[in-house]
Design a protein around this ligand. Structure first.
Ligand code: LIP
Length: 273
């Protein structure tokens, strides 16, 4: 429990969920009207749409109205330093390429985080969070010590420990150099696991681990907004979150999620150990 937080984590989770659903409805409406690429970021295929930007404006406005002293960090450029112990870390559309192509695997991710130098690579730890996929109507939410829920019902990770029968999620970056490195990792893993899934949204991958739909997930090169809410939802559902080794916090460069024993075996394969 972070004693400086001036609201119960459960209250923060409800706020995150309410704004995530409201924003999800907006991006679904915008998608139905048609979406175009507004700009590219790290590469020609790392894209942002006007919907990303409009959704982030909605999230920031709603958070500032409800909790004006909090900070906000957003994928599309929001960087507000607050005066409270809480910084909101938000991804208005996680799974942007799926969103552009109309593949129904994208989500709004909103996390209330506090400073924690040891929990994750970005020096923050979510105490409450929500991930909402407007296409499936699935709202994942969690708060520290409160467990994880999917549309209000408790969920738990699979607890699978055997790699050979594990379904493993992963993702790939937006530059050719990184994708070549990630391809080598995936090629080492593919013969040794049940199968691999590349769903296209880190937030949904982590929620799938929390719901037992994936036995494990790993990715290299995620940003804090990709994982901030999902790691809390996965952890509160019983998954372990590990970095590139047991003394390195998860996040950037590596994040692994699942049963601790399974993830250590998975990590050794992926990293070529
Ligand atoms: C995406 C992540 C996904 C990763 C993609 C991309 P975005 O975030 O959720 O796991 O593989 O490369 O980073 O760009 O859709 O917000």
């Amino acid at each position: 429990m972070h004693h400086d937080v001036d609201a119960a984590p459960r209250t923060l989770a409800r706020l995150a969920a309410d704004i995530a659903v409201q924003t999800g409805e907006l991006i679904a409406t915008l998608r139905d009207r048609g979406v175009t690429v507004a700009a590219s970021k790290s590469s020609a295929v790392d894209i942002v749409t006007e919907a990303d930007r409009e959704a982030e404006r909605l999230i920031v406005s709603a958070l500032r109205a409800a909790r004006p002293a909090d900070g906000v960090l957003g994928e599309e450029g929001t960087g507000i330093a607050g005066t409270s112990a809480v910084t909101w870390v938000v991804d208005p559309i996680d799974g942007t390429v799926n969103y552009l192509y109309g593949i129904p695997a994208f989500a709004v991710s909103i996390a209330a985080t506090v400073r924690d130098a040891h929990a994750f690579a970005d020096g923050r730890r979510a105490v409450a969070g929500a991930v909402f996929n407007p296409r499936t109507g699935e709202l994942f939410e969690a708060w520290e010590g409160g467990g994880s829920r999917l549309n209000g019902s408790p969920i738990s990770a699979s607890g699978k420990t055997e790699l050979a029968t594990a379904l493993v999620g992963t993702g790939f970056g937006y530059t050719a150099e990184r994708r070549a490195e990630q391809a080598e990792m995936a090629s080492r893993l593919l013969p040794l696991a049940r199968d691999i899934r590349r769903i296209g949204s880190a937030a949904l991958d982590l929620c799938n681990v929390a719901a037992g739909r994936l036995d494990a997930y790993y990715e290299m090169g995620l940003n804090p907004w990709d994982y901030a809410a999902g790691v809390l939802i996965a952890r509160e559902a019983g998954a372990a979150l590990l970095g590139r080794d047991d003394s390195t916090p998860p996040g950037e460069p590596f994040l692994f999620a699942g049963d601790a024993g399974l993830v250590r075996e998975l990590r050794a394969v992926v990293l070529g150990g």
